[in-house]
Structure formats: C-alpha cells, structure tokens
Design a protein. Structure first.
Length: 322
C-alpha cells in the first residue's frame, strides 16, 4: 500500500500509456498491422522488454555511467524484438528492412517513452532528496542558532538577579517570577517553528524589565511599542538578539532606544545605542547579528530587510512581512 501511494502517479502514467498503445494498435492500425497478427504475444514481449529495461538495464548502465554502451544495447534490443515478432510471431516473410520499416516503431515507442519516464522520476526523486537534506540541514542550523541564543539571555537574567540579591533583596521575588516566565518561554515555546506575537512580546517585556533594573542609573532606556494586532505568528527568540545586542554593546551613561512597531502585517524593530567604535569590528560584537541574519535567511528568505547603520550611533533596523 505504501509503495502504491508513493508511486501512484507513475502507475497511472504506465496504465494510461498501455491503454493508449493498445487502442492505437488494435483500432487505428487494425487492418494494416493486427488483423492477421498475434497481438497478445507481441504485447507480452513488449511488456517484458520495457520493464526489464526499467528494472535491470537502465539502473545498471546509469549507475556505471556507461551511456554509449547502453545506446547500443537499446538499439540491439529494439532490432531483435522487431525481428522476433516478424519471423517468430507474425511469420510475415518480409525482408529485414521491410520488417523494420513496418514494425520497429512499435518496439521503439514504448522503450523510449518508459525510459524517459524512468529518468524523469529518478530526477524528481533526487530533487526531493536534495530538498529534504537541505530542510534537515536548515532545521539543524536553526536549532544550533537558537541554542546559542537561549543560554545567553538566561545567563544575563541570572546575573541581574544575583546582583539584586546582594543590593536589593526585596525585589528578588518578583524578578524570579519574571525569570520563571522567561524560562517557560525558552524551554517550551521556542521549540515551535512559530509562536504568537503576543507571547514573544511578553517575553521581551520581561527581558526589558530586567535590563531597566540592571542598568538603572547607568543608561537611559526608551522602550516603545506600537502594535495594531497581536494575532500574527513569528519565529521565537528572533527580536531578542537585536535588543540584547543594543544593551550588551552600549557604553555607560548612554541612551538605548528600542521601537517595536506592527502595522498592516509589517513588523519593524529598530534598536539604537551609543557604542565604542573600536570594538565594532570584533567577533564578539558581530556574532549575534550574524546568527540573526542566518535565521532570517533560513526562515523568511526574501520577506525581510535587515539594515545596520554604524554612524554616530549603532542602529539596527529589521523590517519583516508576516
């Protein structure tokens, strides 16, 4: 049953061809070819030759890349099949050239047609295998990139809680609850290909609360949301890379500006921060955004724009079509 389902289109092509071949042979050319001739015997011979070619000869010669030799074998089989029919089945008594001119097409047409079908479906199968491998590779790469993101975000949050446990222990319980929500998001929600925008924004809100607490007195944070609908789906942990990058590489006593905007099914995330120009070329500075761009390319292909402006401030602008 699995074989039939997988190869149903091929089976249908084979059935339709043989029905057409029988119809043409028996009805359109009946007076010239089949009135006195043993059609059933020749049809049986053709079936044996065609499927022997598809099952044994074609796979063998293609695997060995012996294409020229296969052409000669193909021609020899067509010639011998025609001669066998003429002299063993039909007993036409005609010359070799007369036999070939009258009956060779009946051997060549099925052989050429089914050889072409075999090559076509082999090509399709190989393309499907390549696509499956690419998809598997993309899934593995996405999991790897996400595994780089998750521990980093949680590590920063734990550092913040540790600092507050020493300096402001009364605020630690609320922070632990926020961290619990973020852990739930990272451990369970981020395993999906997409999640609701509402859940992702809630995760970012908690992250922003941590950062505002952690950077209080050292950085001015401007966090603005302008979202017309939370019903969209988004890849998990996508925006957090841009936001975290803005905090991680901003200098002391500076401004960090974060805007998340959704309008007419278009998301824009703009992060801007002061930065140390001497560190902008370091690997540590670039790796987060490089990972982000890889994820965007794998998931959203041509439906996004990512712009990085290294002017007086470091500005990252992501535009994404849902």
């Amino acid at each position: 049953m699995t074989f039939v389902k997988k190869h149903s289109s091929q089976i249908l092509v084979h059935i339709l061809f043989w029905m057409l071949f029988i119809f043409v042979s028996l009805f359109l050319f009946s007076d010239f070819y089949w009135k006195e001739n043993p059609f059933l015997q020749y049809l049986t011979l053709l079936v044996v030759i065609v499927y022997g070619n598809n099952i044994l000869l074609l796979p063998f010669f293609v695997r060995k890349r012996m294409y020229i030799l296969y052409t000669f074998v193909f021609a020899a089989i067509s010639f011998l099949a025609t001669q066998l029919y003429c002299y063993a089945f039909a007993n036409c008594g005609c010359s070799i050239f007369k036999c070939l001119s009258d009956y060779l097409w009946q051997s060549l047409v099925p052989l050429i047609f089914f050889s072409f079908i075999w090559i076509l479906y082999r090509f399709i199968d190989k393309e499907n295998q390549v696509e499956a491998i690419k998809k598997q590779h993309a899934d593995m790469e996405l999991k790897f990139l996400k595994s780089q993101i998750n521990p980093h975000v949680l590590f920063n949050n734990l550092n913040t809680i540790y600092s507050y446990s020493l300096e402001k222990p009364n605020e630690v319980p609320e922070m632990i609850l926020m961290l619990s929500d973020n852990l739930k998001h990272v451990l369970y929600e981020s395993n999906s290909k997409t999640i609701s925008l509402e859940k992702e924004i809630r995760f970012i809100d908690n992250y922003m609360k941590f950062q505002m607490l952690r950077t209080e007195g050292t950085k001015h944070v401007d966090y603005v949301k302008n979202i017309d609908s939370y019903s969209h789906q988004i890849a998990p942990l996508l925006l957090i890379t841009i936001i975290e990058n803005a905090f991680k590489h901003s200098v002391l006593n500076s401004d960090v500006s974060i805007l998340i905007k959704v309008k007419n099914s278009i998301l824009e995330c703009v992060c801007e921060n002061d930065y140390d120009k001497e560190k902008v070329s370091t690997t540590d500075f670039r790796i987060g955004l490089q990972n982000l761009e890889k994820r965007l390319g794998l998931i959203y292909k041509n439906t996004y724009e990512l712009k990085i402006d290294k002017g007086d401030t470091f500005k990252v602008h992501l535009k994404l079509n849902f």
